[in-house]
Ligand binder design. Structure first.
Ligand SMILES: *[C@@H]1O[C@H](CO)[C@@H](O)[C@H](O)[C@H]1NC(C)=O
Ligand SMILES: *[C@@H]1O[C@H](CO)[C@@H](O)[C@H](O)[C@H]1NC(C)=O
Ligand SMILES: *[C@@H]1O[C@H](CO)[C@@H](O)[C@H](O)[C@H]1NC(C)=O
Ligand SMILES: *[C@@H]1O[C@H](CO)[C@@H](O)[C@H](O)[C@H]1NC(C)=O
Ligand SMILES: *[C@@H]1O[C@H](CO)[C@@H](O)[C@H](O)[C@H]1NC(C)=O
Ligand SMILES: *[C@@H]1O[C@H](CO)[C@@H](O)[C@H](O)[C@H]1NC(C)=O
Ligand SMILES: *[C@@H]1O[C@H](CO)[C@@H](O)[C@H](O)[C@H]1NC(C)=O
Ligand SMILES: *[C@@H]1O[C@H](CO)[C@@H](O)[C@H](O)[C@H]1NC(C)=O
Ligand SMILES: *[C@@H]1O[C@H](CO)[C@@H](O)[C@H](O)[C@H]1NC(C)=O
Ligand SMILES: CC(=O)N[C@H]1CO[C@H](CO)[C@@H](O)[C@@H]1O
Length: 531
């Protein structure tokens, strides 16, 4: 806890400086950076100081409780907060209750047994989600180097690259290195519809190379086939990624098919230098075997999707749909519920003519065992009534990247804010939404770099729409949709400070203000009969 304190102090400082008329002696605001932003002086719609402080407190206290893994106590505490607070604000609120078979990784470790009798305890960067449960005793077997888990040029995984020839009789622990796919939003598969304040795309160089451990979510394994071959456990090594960036990435997020959740082949990740050591020990024949411990039981847990409705003054069902997910490992990954709660409270005080429907879904980290889209069939009227959809997640993300020094990756802040990637459909009917959203960035600070991207179908292949489960269903339907999804490297990483040091609360506020202004513009269009 001690290491936490300076981080907190710094962030409270930066936060309070945002609030122009707010000064408390105890806070040293004299030397704080100038973070005067939209709304505060300009008279544009913005959260009040009280709403900003409350948002800060909720983010901080949510983070204090630890990761919100689908269906754990912290996750349920967050969905309870959101449901009850929306009710207090005057929304009608309903929860869709589910039970989930929850996988709970508790302890993991790796030991290499050398032929000369020495045991080497090796550092890991974490576990492969849903891979298995070894119990504390672990799995012991000889090692086999299966080489590199390669990628097709399209960046999807190519399982045929793994070498399973001559697996040891009686079972093996398989090792391989596991390069990360990249994404490139400058390719023709993504049409750039606009940017914040019309900044040139060169101000967002990340468009051309999203190299990021997060994309590992695509690299699944056919664990059932591995098991049939006698594979008892797996060790995967990160390549071209620092250990710090790789640490505790919850990747890939895919449980076994069926009800079981588990593949029964416990798997761990190691950093690159540890991987090199294992490879060398196998090559020289010094390694006899390894013990993989991944103690990770599964049990039934309650979880819920929260649905809120704020009737508009026009007293019609027609609505703007605000959507997000509520579960995740860091205060950046699943701050969506607090964003939408704050927006709901703002409009409860500043009523719109159009209604708001708010859906905060569960199941995002469930390895597809709880379908995030269930609400769509359970409450079909929400989709029928919606005139536009806005998906909000991952606000306030500071950009961290591996920079390469002497060809070694060093994980550090770039000094920039993570681009505010926004997925959009490019139907003609969506023009109003795009225009309202882009206009809402007028007067925002230079740090806020937004790219509005429409996934395209090229050569029969549809580029992926990234976002909370079901975002793509909205995006590919006739409903005008934007999905705001900043994608920092650490998005799916559990972090000792929960990600607090990578969260910029004034940025969160500025991004919320953009959404408030977008909704207000849409409400004007609706009132004029144009939406
Ligand atoms: C306030 O912060 C500045 C810069 O960090 C520092 O030089 C100054 O001594 C601080 N003042 C107080 C009263 O802590
Ligand atoms: C802070 O920034 C705002 C907007 O850019 C500017 O108007 C104001 O003068 C600045 N204040 C200080 C103290 O630099
Ligand atoms: C869902 O759970 C909540 C408590 O979290 C309860 O109040 C509500 O009645 C439940 N809804 C249904 C339909 O069971
Ligand atoms: C066994 O091999 C390891 C790795 O080469 C070495 O560090 C260790 O000293 C050796 N132990 C013995 C007892 O020879
Ligand atoms: C991404 O695509 C653009 C456009 O084709 C290209 O110029 C750029 O080099 C690509 N980036 C990488 C890292 O390949
Ligand atoms: C390592 O990653 C960097 C960017 O993150 C990229 O420029 C470089 O080509 C990568 N190297 C290898 C060997 O993949
Ligand atoms: C370590 O990373 C380099 C690229 O940076 C890669 O070529 C190598 O295969 C990796 N080794 C392992 C064991 O992951
Ligand atoms: C597309 O939208 C514009 C206004 O946004 C309208 O003028 C135009 O007629 C529309 N085109 C089609 C084909 O619907
Ligand atoms: C909301 O509707 C009322 C009554 O029709 C109208 O006077 C008002 O201008 C509308 N609000 C907006 C933002 O257009
Ligand atoms: C080719 C390219 O676009 N390179 C860019 C990759 O992203 C970094 C920032 O993260 C830029 O500095 C490079 O120019």
């Amino acid at each position: 806890m001690r290491a936490f304190a300076p981080i907190l102090a710094a962030s409270v400082l930066a936060f309070s400086s945002h609030v122009a008329s707010f000064s408390i002696r105890a806070l040293n605001i004299t030397h704080a950076p100038n973070t005067t932003r939209i709304g505060t002086a300009s008279g544009l719609p913005s959260l009040t100081q009280q709403q900003q402080q409350l948002l800060h407190d909720r983010l901080f206290q949510t983070n204090l409780r630890g990761p919100r893994w689908t269906g754990n106590d912290n996750h349920n505490a967050l969905t309870d907060l959101v449901a009850e607070s929306m009710e207090i604000a005057g929304l009608s609120v309903e929860t869709l209750n589910y039970t989930l078979n929850r996988w709970d990784p508790r302890w993991w470790s790796l030991t290499l047994h050398l032929k000369n009798g020495t045991d080497l305890g090796l550092p890991t960067t974490g576990f492969w989600p849903y891979s298995g449960n070894s119990g504390l005793r672990g799995v012991v077997a000889p090692l086999h180097d299966a080489g590199t888990y390669g990628l097709f040029p399209s960046q999807s995984h190519d399982t045929s690259t793994l070498d399973f020839d001559n697996l040891p009789e009686g079972g093996a622990i398989v090792f391989f290195d596991n390069p990360s796919p990249t994404r490139n939003y400058s390719l023709p598969g993504y049409h750039l519809l606009g940017t914040s304040r019309d900044i040139p795309p060169s101000d967002i160089p990340e468009l051309g190379n999203l190299t990021n451990p997060h994309w590992q979510s695509e690299k699944k394994l056919k664990f059932d086939e591995l098991k049939k071959m006698g594979v008892k456990a797996v060790i995967a090594s990160w390549t071209n990624t620092s250990d710090e960036n790789a640490a505790l990435q919850f990747l890939p997020n895919a449980g076994a098919p069926g009800n079981g959740n588990l593949f029964d082949v416990p798997a761990l990740y190691v950093g690159n230098s540890t991987g090199e050591l294992i490879r060398e020990m196998i090559r020289t024949g010094e390694a006899h075997s390894a013990t993989v411990v991944l103690d990770a039981p599964s049990y039934e847990a309650p979880t819920k999707t929260v649905v809120g409705h704020l009737p508009g003054r026009a007293e019609k069902a027609e609505s703007i749909l605000l959507y997000t997910h509520s579960d995740g490992p860091s205060i950046i990954e699943e701050n969506g519920p607090l964003l939408l709660l704050t927006i709901a409270e703002y409009f409860a005080k500043n009523p719109l003519n159009i209604s708001l429907d708010i859906v905060i879904t569960t199941g995002h980290m469930s390895g597809y065992h709880l379908d995030e889209k269930l609400w769509m069939s359970e409450r079909p009227e929400i989709l029928r009534n919606a005139r536009a959809a806005i998906i909000c997640e991952h606000f306030g993300a500071l950009e961290w990247k591996d920079s390469f020094r002497d060809k070694k990756p060093v994980y550090e802040p770039t000094g920039k804010w993570e681009p505010m990637w926004t997925m959009a459909d490019d139907h003609n009917e969506s023009g109003l939404l795009h225009q309202s959203y882009i206009e809402a960035f007028e007067g925002t600070s230079e740090n806020l770099r937004m790219a509005l991207l429409a996934p395209q179908t090229i050569d029969g292949k549809r580029s992926r729409w990234y976002g909370a489960g079901g975002s793509s269903v909205l995006g590919h339907s006739n409903l005008p949709t934007i999905g705001i999804i900043p994608q920092p490297d650490y998005l799916w990483a559990a972090m000792p400070d929960g990600g607090w040091s990578k969260l910029d609360v004034p940025m969160v506020i500025e991004q919320i203000d953009v959404v408030l202004r977008t909704i207000l513009k849409l409400d004007e269009k609706y009132s004029a009969g144009q939406l």
